[in-house]
Every structure is written in structure tokens, then in C-alpha cells.
Design a protein around this ligand. Structure first.
Ligand code: PEP
Ligand code: MN
Length: 360
């Protein structure tokens, strides 16, 4: 993908003086619900109204979307509020219906991005149109798969492109519904700086309380926008009730978010602030990883205690040290540095196991 500058023309053309805000319900439910939400969003920072019409649900039996009957409701939203309208499309039939209803923005959901056949089918159906298309990250943390989706659309002559970061599925239970794994959107931004990235704190958090914090991190990392699920009566929503917020709460969040002004004389400072935000995220990853390591160390400690095995295993430690020094060099880290870091980690591991083995 060359000439990625043209990816973002659609966003530049909006001439916004704040990050792009895409808001609206997880799902369109009734015409009344859609229009009520839209009219409340009309006087907020939201430029784009989102609503799921076809809903990919993990298990059958849940609400799978109201279907194409909602498309005229969205047309009313556009006419009455002036907002652009966005829906998720997952197959050829959805694209045809969305095009016929003149939907402005189509997005590919996380479960679609994982499937190159589906992405290709959608890309082919959109070839020759002028639509804005946003690609959500795949559910698994695979940057190539995410970019592959963008490439398929680009190859099909879709020029107005962007991506949505909605976090990644994890087998482990975490405080997130979908773990942000910020290093992936950061890597994507480094590779394609002109490809707009929109953060979706709603699907990352899975609750209302974390939305502000995640949105702020995204803005600190220079994301171009936010997609936030918004409902008139969130508790009664037919899907994703726990994470939707009211339009009034959206206004509060937007007021509290700090958007850095890209001042000319402060350009260097802006650059530094962006990089420092990246460092903060990476440091948190280091801490998470160290804490995970210690949990495994503790499990080994329990086995050593029950089998009465000594804590320090000389040959194992020598093998670890040799291996990490070698791996470190490959990653541009000096042997001396890796050795000192791992000596500390090893010492902390021994301290942990000492406590466990000597527990009465
Ligand atoms: C959605 O935006 O409502 C949705 C289904 O999101 P995702 O594809 O990120 O799960
Ligand atoms: Mn949702």
C-alpha cells in the first residue's frame, strides 16, 4: 500500500476541531429508539451515528439484529440530524442492502476481519463505490490479519479507509472484555501514519466505568477518533447493555477528555508526549508480564514444596541465562543488560519460592 495519504482525506474533509466521534446504539432496536438517541446526539461532538443492524453474536438464540427494516430509520436520522450514518456489514447481502440505503460508512466487525473470504467478498462488492470503510481489529491479536483486511479493500479501489481498535479476546480473565494490547495499534500507526485509527472503548471495557480512561489513553496515543456505544436507556438495551452510556454521559466524557493541541512551537513537545504515552503503555506491559511470570514461579514453588525439591536448580538457571542473553542480542539488547535484568528477576523468583516453601 503506497500513497496512504489519500486514506484520510475523508477525515480531513470533515474539518473537525476535535477527535472524530462515532456514537449510537450497539443495535438498532425500534424506530423510536434510533431517532430518540440520534436527536440527543445531534448537539454533541458526534459526527457519525452508528447502529448495528445485523449483529454477530457468539451463540445463537440472542438478539441477532433487527435487520434491513432499520435502514430507513437510519436514513431518517441522516435527514433529521445531518449526522453521517454507519453500520456493520459482514457479507455481500449486507453490503448490497447498505449501498441501496446509501449508508455513508460501513465497518467490518472483529469477527469478519478474521475471515479473508468474507473480507474479499465485501471488498469486491464495494469496488467502484465511494464509501468510507472502517476495519475493526480481528478478535485475535494478529496485526498482519488486520492490515490484510485494509489491503483487500485498498486493492478493491476503496480509498477512504480507517481502522477501529476494539481490543482482543483473551482466554484469561482480565478486567477488560477485550484486552487493548496497545502495542498493536501503535505498531499499525508507525507503519501507516496516515491511516486514521479510531478507538472503541465500549467493546474494550465491556462496562461503563472504564470508557473515559481508555478514551484518554487513545487520545494520548494520537488516535483520530472514538466510537462509543450510546443508548437512551442503556440498562434496557437489547445487546451490550452493560457498556452503553447515555448521550448526556457522552457529553461529560468528551468535556473531561484532554485533547492535546498540535501547536507549531510545541511540536517537539507533542512528539515527546506521544512517545512517553507509548513508553507508559509498554512499561505497564512489562509489569503485567513480570507479574504473570511470578504467578508461574509460585506454582513451581508449590510443587517444589510438596515434592521437597531444592529451590535453586543450578543447571536450569544457567540454561535460562545463556538463552536470554542470546535472545537479547538478537533484539538489540546488550548481554550485560540482559544479565543484570534477569539476575534481578531470578532473585525475586527465589524470594517468592522461599516464602512458599517455608510456609508452615
Ligand atoms: C459492535 O460494534 O457492536 C460489534 C459487534 O463490535 P465488534 O465487532 O468489535 O465485536
Ligand atoms: Mn456492541
Amino acid at each position: 500500500m503506497e500513497n496512504t495519504k489519500e486514506f484520510r482525506t475523508w477525515l480531513d474533509d470533515m474539518q473537525l476541531d476535535h477527535p472524530l466521534v462515532i456514537a449510537g446504539p450497539c443495535s438498532a432496536e425500534t424506530e423510536e429508539q434510533v431517532l430518540k438517541i440520534a436527536h440527543e446526539l445531534k448537539n454533541t461532538d458526534a459526527t457519525v451515528f452508528r447502529a448495528g443492524v445485523w449483529k454477530p453474536r457468539t451463540r445463537p438464540g440472542g438478539f441477532e439484529g433487527i435487520g434491513a427494516i432499520a435502514l430507513p430509520w437510519l436514513q431518517r436520522v441522516k435527514k433529521e440530524t445531518g449526522m453521517l450514518i454507519a453500520v456493520e456489514v459482514a457479507n455481500l447481502a449486507h453490503v448490497k442492502l447498505a449501498l441501496a440505503a446509501d449508508i455513508d460508512i460501513l465497518w467490518l466487525g472483529a469477527r469478519t476481519t478474521v475471515n479473508p473470504f468474507a473480507v474479499q467478498e465485501i471488498a469486491d462488492a464495494l469496488n467502484g463505490t465511494d464509501k468510507i470503510v472502517l476495519v475493526k481489529n480481528p478478535i485475535n491479536p494478529d496485526l498482519a490479519l488486520w492490515l490484510g483486511g485494509v489491503e483487500r479493500l485498498h486493492t478493491a479501489n476503496i480509498k477512504k479507509l480507517g481502522v477501529i481498535h476494539r481490543g482482543f479476546s483473551s482466554y484469561k480473565k482480565t478486567k477488560y472484555r477485550n484486552v487493548p494490547q496497545w502495542q498493536l495499534p501503535i505498531a499499525l500507526k508507525q507503519k501507516f501514519p496516515d491511516l486514521p485509527i479510531i478507538n472503541d472503548p465500549s467493546h474494550i471495557c465491556g462496562n461503563r466505568t472504564g470508557i473515559q480512561e481508555i478514551s484518554q489513553i487513545a487520545l494520548d496515543l494520537n488516535f483520530e477518533g472514538l466510537m462509543i456505544e450510546t443508548h437512551i436507556t442503556p440498562d434496557e438495551a437489547w445487546s451490550d447493555a452493560a457498556q452503553q452510556i447515555t448521550p448526556a454521559r457522552l457529553v461529560e466524557i468528551m468535556e473531561d477528555l484532554k485533547v492535546r493541541e498540535p501547536k507549531a512551537e510545541g511540536e517537539t513537545l507533542d512528539q515527546l508526549t506521544g512517545l512517553r504515552a507509548e513508553i507508559d503503555v509498554i512499561d505497564n506491559h512489562i509489569l503485567d508480564t513480570l507479574s504473570e511470570r511470578m504467578k508461574v514461579v509460585d506454582q513451581i514453588g508449590v510443587i517444589k514444596k510438596s515434592e521437597n525439591i531444592s529451590i535453586l536448580q543450578d543447571d536450569r538457571w544457567a540454561a535460562i541465562l545463556a538463552s536470554v542473553k542470546k535472545e537479547g542480542v538478537v533484539r538489540g539488547l546488550s548481554e550485560a543488560f540482559v544479565e543484570s535484568v534477569f539476575k534481578s528477576i531470578h532473585q525475586e523468583s527465589i524470594n517468592h519460592q522461599k516464602t512458599i516453601v517455608n510456609e508452615k
